[in-house]
Design a protein around this ligand. Structure first.
Ligand code: BGC
Length: 385
């Protein structure tokens, strides 16, 4: 297991959970939590539906949720759906018919699960949306995620920092270059509610610079739909970047200073396209500034090698802990504690949410944030796997 040992996961979950039971911070109920007697817990199966194993973050998420729940004695049915919507709906249908007591779901298409959730509600099964909001359903009980708008703000701030327009904290740089800088924009999968939040957070941050003429989106492609990459595909991103290089940058990338990217897989597709026309190969040799998200190990290595500029680190261990805390609250007939009851309107209702903070990672942050916290070893960063 890449991220941390089983024993430390179990210990981490147990610690966080006991903190929550003592009224510590987290999505747990504020009441004194009585734990479910061990014998009872084992007979309770919890369905965990994750979107795909093609991106390592979801493997880590799935594993961490499973191990956290198992540490409390529950039985876990963990399923991955290869980014295929019918596979995911089928998996969830099956979890319901098998009598699983609670569902934790990271959806592929946030709008595709309405009938599954109706069946879950009819069977008295609570549903926790994991990382991605499930839309168009009254039957999403709780949502655990990161502050998705702030993720977009962090990505845009990092782009501004990479172009030396601001300092690392986002304050205008005293000796900021006048520009104008040419940039291009990428967004995530349009069927993922998060993608809009990321893009809006980023655009609200970049727009003043675009209005002032300091930044120019030379292709003119600034609307979400045009910038969106279906299923967050690396290949899709590479193709779009290649097309932009041909249509707008003379085929050799001349004059392109930076690219807003919402996900490390997309970032790697973009970087491949940029290097493919002779840019770089690294930042010091003229590779445009490219942002990212998820601190995927392949991108962490690229950051360490001065190729990708940054990523946004979402500590999946913390998110998994929150999902486990919320699940335990429901299984004890309690209400998980939300820290946001306004933001996540899913088309039918506002879903009570527990939001976590994120960190931006540049090269100098790899050791303190990723290695010292035990997320990766130094050897993994070196090897990129
Ligand atoms: C997640 C991101 C991830 C993306 C692609 C989004 O829903 O919030 O962390 O980069 O999906 O997997």
């Amino acid at each position: 297991m890449k991220f941390r040992s089983l024993a430390s996961i179990a210990l981490g979950a147990a610690l966080t959970l006991s903190m929550a039971a003592c009224g510590g911070s987290g999505a747990g109920s504020g009441d004194d939590a009585e734990s479910v007697p061990a014998g009872d817990a084992e007979s309770i199966t919890i369905g965990v539906a994750m979107p795909t194993q093609t991106s390592e973050r979801w493997i880590a998420d799935g594993q961490a949720v499973k191990e956290g729940l198992e540490a409390l004695g529950y039985t876990v049915d963990l399923q991955f759906a290869n980014d295929d919507i019918p596979t995911q709906t089928q998996q969830i249908d099956q979890m319901i018919t098998q009598g699983e007591k609670l569902l934790i779901i990271a959806s592929i298409d946030g709008t595709a699960l309405t009938s599954q959730l109706e069946a879950a509600a009819a069977a008295g099964i609570k549903v926790i949306a994991y990382d991605r909001l499930i839309r168009n359903s009254a039957n999403v009980d709780f949502y655990v995620t990161f502050d998705n708008y702030k993720v977009g703000v962090a990505q845009a701030n990092s782009l501004l920092y990479g172009l030396k327009l601001t300092d690392k904290e986002g304050k205008p740089a005293a000796d900021a270059p006048a520009g104008p800088f040419n940039i291009e924009l990428f967004a995530g999968s349009a069927d993922d509610n998060n993608a809009t939040f990321f893009f809006n957070g980023a655009m609200d941050t970049l727009q003043p610079y675009i209005d002032a003429g300091t930044l120019q989106v030379k292709s003119g492609q600034t609307d979400f739909a045009t910038c969106a990459i279906m299923r967050w595909s690396q290949e899709g991103a590479q193709t779009r970047m290649e097309n932009l290089l041909t249509s707008t940058y003379g085929g050799n990338g001349e004059g392109l200073a930076g690219v807003l990217s919402p996900f490390d897989g997309i970032s790697r597709g973009i970087i491949t396209a940029l290097q493919g026309v002779g840019l770089g190969p690294n930042l010091a040799q003229g590779l445009p500034v490219v942002t990212g998200q998820d601190a995927e190990i392949a991108s962490v290595k690229l950051i360490n090698d001065d190729v990708q500029f940054s990523t946004v680190f979402k500590d999946t261990r913390k998110l998994a802990d929150q999902a486990v805390i919320a699940a335990q609250a429901y299984l004890e007939d309690k209400q998980p504690t939300a820290n946001d009851t306004e933001t996540y309107e899913n088309g039918v209702k506002v879903v009570p949410s527990y939001l976590l903070e994120v960190d931006t990672v540049n090269k100098e942050d790899i050791t303190p944030l990723l290695v010292e916290s035990g997320y990766y070893t130094a050897a993994q960063v070196e090897a990129g796997q």
